[in-house]
Design a protein around this ligand. Structure first.
Ligand code: NDP
Length: 519
């Protein structure tokens, strides 16, 4: 009989589909045990567990792998496995539900410790479990601790890891790393206090502060757009750029996270981390290499060039809002103050916008407008670079508006890049109209980018810190927004609620910038 060496159909498709050229399988992660503190919570079931399972199905998890859940809810190991299966049935991507031999082989590497986070004994039990995992699953004494609990519990867990000899210094045979979910503190002071706790136990190269926005493929492509092409860099500066808008808008409200959101607000929840990180990628200088620290040094330099506003200037460079009742997708929805866990007179902002200046040679005088909000007209994250208007009008009928060129980096839900330029409308007259050159990842590569948590978890297991934030940049980001937080907290906004759910946001946002791109 003839022996065949044909590849599986999916691999053949990748070879013959020219759009998929250059898309490679990821490098397999290091053998390790991963411990999820907060494994009974929302983030674990909706994001983290499906990401781990997808990494397993895509062959990126190493053969030596074990997962330990650690939380207060009571589960035996078997109950936890059942729980994980049921959550994967609901949240794993289509075509990747847990079943068959792959699941049967994976389930035994899941285990659980019902724990009181204040009991040293439970952390000692964890150490014993990790030693057992090394023998049973070949996890090579490598340990990844993931803090998926409320931030108030982070310091206690880190301290307990040290007391139970689960810190990097006590692990001579392998590596020990920690992934810390956002928010990293709730203001400048608390973030510094958290960092002090972290530093007592972990070196900076062991710490992976997660901002899942950085794991999104279009966000990573900002650097490729800028530094793998020659045409943008010469015009990427104050001589050609009029302004930059960065938007992260959501259609949903606060859902069942009222008590969390009351103490957060849009500025802390989105601008301090996601939106400022996008700004850094747009504004940074070319790094000397693609090493994690070369890139993170440049991001740090961008934040160093942003002067925190003076208290007196806050009202002029910022806008805040809070949604009232409105209509979303044809349905009536309640206002923020009517949501569960929210005070009836709450002063928490669900919309925040800032105008930021970067005081350096490249960007002096170019305003960066940042906005984020809940219950807006549309879910969209994008960066809009608007170029300067033409210096002299030559074309177009007198009634034609000649719009400036605009580069739109689309992050979600669409993923791609679009360039707006002016073209002559076909016909005898010389009408000019804006048109778009539109690149879309899905059609361009025949490939939808994997969820951010997949990429970030795999990077943490591989020891690649490029997409994680370094403490010096986190501290500066808090310094930049600290005066705004201060002023907003100490002055009640009597106009709240000042925008209807499902709208374009508050009027105050348009006073800051009248031509925000329409949501
Ligand atoms: P949940 O409240 O759903 O879950 C928190 C987990 O922590 C549960 O397992 C809970 O255990 C445990 N926990 C809560 N309080 C304590 C406590 N006092 N002592 C010990 N354990 C405790 O939160 P999320 O999963 O939504 O969020 C977890 C982290 O991830 C937070 O820092 C959040 O800001 C961040 N995050 C969440 C996102 C999301 O989409 N959910 C998105 C981005 C970040 P048990 O219930 O068993 O008591």
């Amino acid at each position: 009989m003839l022996e065949t060496t044909a590849s599986p159909p999916s691999q053949n498709a990748e070879r013959t589909n020219p759009l998929r050229a250059g898309i490679e399988s990821d490098r397999i992660a290091d053998p390790c045990s991963i411990v999820f503190f907060g494994a009974s919570g929302d983030l674990f079931k909706r994001m983290l567990l499906p990401a781990i399972w997808t990494l397993r199905t895509r062959g990126i998890l190493p053969a030596g792998f074990a997962l330990v859940g650690f939380a207060r809810t009571k589960f035996s190991d078997d109950e936890f496995r059942e729980y994980c299966k049921s959550q994967l049935d609901e949240f794993a991507p289509e075509g990747m539900k847990p079943q068959g031999e792959l699941w049967e082989k994976f389930a035994p590497c899941l285990s659980y410790i019902t724990a009181d986070f204040k009991q040293l004994g439970h952390f000692q039990q964890l150490r014993k479990r990790l030693d057992e995992n090394d023998k049973a699953f070949g996890t090579a004494s490598n340990r990844l601790f993931y803090l998926a609990t409320p931030p108030s519990v982070f310091p206690g867990i880190i301290d307990m890891l040290r007391r139970a000899n689960l810190d990097p210094r006590s692990n001579e045979r392998g590596w020990t790393r920690i992934v810390i979910e956002k928010p990293f503190g709730i203001d400048l002071e608390s973030s510094r206090a958290l960092q002090k706790t972290v530093e007592r136990v972990f070196g900076e190269h062991d710490v992976y502060r997660i901002d899942h926005y950085l794991g999104k493929e279009p966000v990573q492509d900002i650097m490729a757009l800028r530094f793998a092409n020659t045409i943008f860099e010469p015009i990427w500066n104050r001589n050609y750029v009029q302004s930059v808008q960065i938007t992260s808008a959501e259609k949903i409200g606060i859902e069942d996270r009222g008590s969390y959101y009351e103490n957060a607000g849009a500025l802390r929840d989105m601008i301090q981390n996601h939106v400022l990180n996008l700004l850094a990628l747009v504004a940074m200088e070319p790094p000397a290499s693609s090493e994690a620290d070369a890139i993170r040094n440049e991001k740090f330099k961008v934040f160093s060039a942003i002067a925190p506003p003076r208290h007196d200037d806050v009202m002029a460079m910022s806008a805040r809002g809070q949604y009232g009742p409105g209509i979303v997708d044809g349905e009536k929805v309640p206002g923020y103050r009517q949501e569960q866990g929210v005070a009836p007179q709450s002063n928490t902002e669900t919309f925040a916008a800032l105008r930021i200046g970067i005081d350096n040679w490249r960007w002096a005088g170019v305003p960066f407008y940042l906005r984020s909000g809940k219950r807006l007209a549309k879910k969209i994250s994008e960066i809009v670079v608007t170029f300067k208007p033409i210096p002299h009008r030559l074309y177009g009928e007198s009634t034609d508006a000649i719009e400036p060129n605009m580069l739109v980096i689309k992050i979600e839900p669409d993923e791609g890049i679009a360039l707006r330029w002016e073209a002559k409308v076909p016909g005898p007259k010389s009408h000019i109209r804006s048109v778009f050159m539109d690149f879309n990842y899905g059609t361009g590569f025949g490939f939808h980018s994997p969820p951010a948590y997949e990429r970030l978890l795999a990077d943490a297991m591989r020891g690649d810190q490029t997409l994680f934030t370094r403490w010096d940049a986190v501290e500066l980001a808090w310094e930049i927004i600290a005066p705004v937080l201060d002023v907003w907290q100490n002055t009640k906004d009597f106009s709240f609620p000042n925008y209807a759910a499902g709208s374009q946001g508050p009027e105050t946002g348009f006073r800051l910038l009248h031509d925000w791109r329409r949501l």
